[in-house]
Design a protein around this ligand. Structure first.
Ligand SMILES: NC(=O)c1ccc[n+]([C@@H]2O[C@H](COP(=O)([O-])OP(=O)(O)OC[C@H]3O[C@@H](n4cnc5c(N)ncnc54)[C@H](OP(=O)(O)O)[C@@H]3O)[C@@H](O)[C@H]2O)c1
Length: 238
């Protein structure tokens, strides 16, 4: 059991893919801390998971991130699922909104890794999060496309720069998590999921657990670094 008694910090672990990852890691006897901005989400996650540590943190705020890692004890693995949401084509999106998304996902992950280095084990690992628009061109996804490509490139570079700490990137396709509620009205989500599922090589929308299993693989496999792992039901082949 590679994760037994390992300490894992999941920034963004209070719902969606982060929460599913916390659950699988705890099943493997890891000691898990989940962090997010909203107290209600953290409290709900604690009710679902039981013996988990929680922290309230806005990881887009550099000072808060610095303080969090100064105060935390040493740990083995870091997973960063926290991100904002934004869609829009070049013609329609405001540059400020696009920049905000870069802050909420690209720079958020960068600063979390920077300050985590103080406390992470040299035998440990980091899992960053991208998105399949990095390699599947989808019109209307300007900010996400830029952020996703940047994270994959930075992840591969950091695998060398931070070695022996391992750094890997997970690239989800379309996964049914609460993140979608911030992008589309409920009926539109249902319609989009239904249309897409029928066209995918694996004809269903992804579940948070599908992606969490990939995260656990990367945490456990000590020969994986610089890996970009697609978990997309074949979406990029459409
Ligand atoms: N779901 C998909 O279809 C999909 C597709 C491609 C890529 N991804 C990527 O996969 C990752 C996980 O996605 P998900 O669907 O699981 O997202 P999600 O359901 O929206 O969960 C995001 C989590 O991050 C926390 N969070 C957000 N902003 C934060 C901040 N500034 N500081 C601290 N915590 C923050 C949220 O809690 P609070 O709101 O309380 O802070 C929540 O726990 C993200 O990077 C996302 O871009 C997802």
């Amino acid at each position: 059991m590679e994760l037994t008694n390992k300490r894992i910090i999941i920034i963004g672990g209070t719902q969606g893919i982060g929460l599913a990852t916390a659950r699988l890691a705890m099943d493997k006897q890891a000691s898990v801390l989940i962090a997010g901005r909203k107290i209600e989400k953290a409290a709900k996650a604690k009710t679902l998971l039981g013996d988990v540590q929680t922290a309230i943190l806005d990881a887009a705020d550099e000072e808060q991130v610095k303080k969090f890692f100064t105060e935390t004890s040493s740990f083995d693995h870091l997973v960063i699922t926290a991100a904002g949401a934004a869609a829009g084509s070049l013609r329609e999106i405001s540059i400020d909104k696009a920049k905000d998304f870069f802050n909420s996902k690209l720079w958020l992950q960068t600063q979390v890794v920077k300050y985590a280095l103080e406390k992470i084990s040299q035998q440990g690992s980091i899992v960053l999060f991208s998105g399949i628009v990095s390699r599947k061109a989808m019109p209307g996804q300007l900010p996400f496309t830029g952020v996703a490509g940047a994270i994959e490139s930075i992840g591969r570079m950091l695998a060398k720069e931070l070695a022996p700490i391992r750094v890997n990137v997970v690239t989800p396709g379309v996964i049914n998590t609460p993140a979608w509620n911030e992008i589309l009205p409920e009926n539109d989500i249902r319609q989009y999921f239904q249309d897409l599922a029928g066209r995918l090589p694996i004809p269903r929308i992804g579940r948070a657990e599908d992606v969490a299993k990939g995260v656990i693989f990367l945490l456990e496999n000590t020969y994986c670094t610089g890996t970009v792992l697609d978990i997309d039901g074949g979406l990029k082949e459409l």
